[in-house]
Design a protein around this ligand. Structure first.
Ligand code: BYC
Length: 325
């Protein structure tokens, strides 16, 4: 998938093993890997997959919330939402840039998204039906993103780790604005609180799916954790997320739609019900409520923007010609 390999590759298998051992030693000692350092092919590929899918998630993630920009209930709410959606666009751009340092081009990444080859987070294939969904997305979806991304600030690949620092700061603001919006709704009229509860009912389980399949079914976790591309297993982060959300839901006076949630004294964590993994895999296959709509929106945006890219190219050529005269 990537178009250039920056470093010289070792030639014999002994040399390769020695390089890999040295590489793993750096990772084990928390020495950051930088773009020009030698890295195993699999490390580069896994990073390109994860970072580009993360970038796509940010960009596709602008769509469900963007839909509500024209329907925000006040100018203040509209300004906040506008800033949030723009932030997500910015996150996508940092992440595409981080992936580019691994030798993949932006066009290759877009092509992978538009052809359906590259994934983006399953969560963005669900529709935003009411204004309360915007609050719940901030609370749960950005909350899950923070849970997953804060540890990634310490991941082994320098450009990805550094991109995460800024992204996490902004995601924290997003999470808080969502929670604050829900406090307002829950303190409002019964119909507003009911709207918040309905949104929680629809977004809870898909939010738990954001952390990926159970560890036992996770294809990449073990190797990614050895390489510190991933810092925690999927189940560990999902559990932490549930433990954080339960008291927050209580504070809001909302009920998490899972009657198996109960505090486990022995494990000092909450037990919770089984995620519907059939639904998760079905969404991944492209059969979620909004998969087609989301992909079409991205492909249309790319095609509608062709004239801008052409004009920029023509302008660059013209400038180059006039400066070489
Ligand atoms: N959705 O071996 P596994 C955000 C795929 S937040 C879709 O466990 P891995 C945002 C996985 O790609 C969301 N696909 O994979 C928030 C793999 O398929 P491939 C983005 C999923 O990579 C608020 C297969 O299932 N965050 O952007 O070790 C507002 C097997 O899974 C999902 C990130 O991307 C899913 N939920 O672990 C706006 C964070 N889960 O690739 C925007 C960085 C799994 O072999 N990414 N799959 O075809 C990660 O931490 C990891 O990639 C994951 C998955 C935990 C997501």
């Amino acid at each position: 998938m990537y178009s250039q390999v920056i470093d010289e590759q070792p030639v014999s298998s002994d040399e390769l093993n020695a390089q890999e051992a040295l590489f793993q030693e750096k990772i084990d000692n928390d020495i950051k890997i930088e773009p020009r350092d030698w890295m195993p092919d699999g490390y580069r590929k896994t990073l390109i997959r994860q970072i580009s899918q993360h970038a796509h998630s940010e960009i596709v993630g602008m769509l469900p919330e963007g839909k509500w920009l024209t329907r925000a209930p006040s100018l203040t709410r509209k300004s906040i939402l506008l800033a949030k959606v723009q932030d997500e666009g910015g996150h996508g751009l940092y992440l595409y840039s981080a992936a580019e340092t691994l030798g993949v081009t932006r066009d290759e990444m877009y092509l992978a998204l538009h052809s359906g080859k590259a994934k983006y987070s399953s969560i963005f294939n669900y529709p935003t039906l009411t204004w309360a969904d915007i609050g719940v997305i901030g609370w749960l979806v950005d909350g899950a993103a923070i849970m997953n991304q804060v540890p990634l600030q310490r991941c082994s690949y320098g450009p990805y780790a550094r991109a995460m620092v800024r992204i996490c700061k902004e995601e924290s603001f997003h999470q808080r604005q969502g929670f604050e919006m829900l406090i307002t709704l829950c303190k409002g009229k019964p119909v507003q609180k009911a709207m918040a509860q309905d949104a929680l009912n629809r977004w809870w389980w898909p939010s738990l799916m954001m952390f990926g399949p159970p560890d036992a079914d996770s294809v990449h976790s073990a190797q990614s954790m050895r390489w510190k591309i991933k810092m925690n297993g999927n189940d560990e982060l999902r559990q932490k997320f549930v433990d954080v959300c339960v008291p927050q839901a209580e504070l809001l006076g909302l009920t998490i739609p899972d009657n198996k949630i109960i505090w486990n004294e022995e494990w000092q964590q909450h037990d919770f019900g089984e995620v519907n993994w059939d639904e998760f895999y079905n969404v991944l296959k492209g059969n979620g409520v909004c998969n087609r709509e989301r992909l079409k929106a991205r492909v249309d945006a790319w095609e509608d923007g062709a004239w801008v890219r052409d004009a920029a190219k023509a302008y660059a050529v013209k400038r180059q010609r006039s400066s070489s005269l």
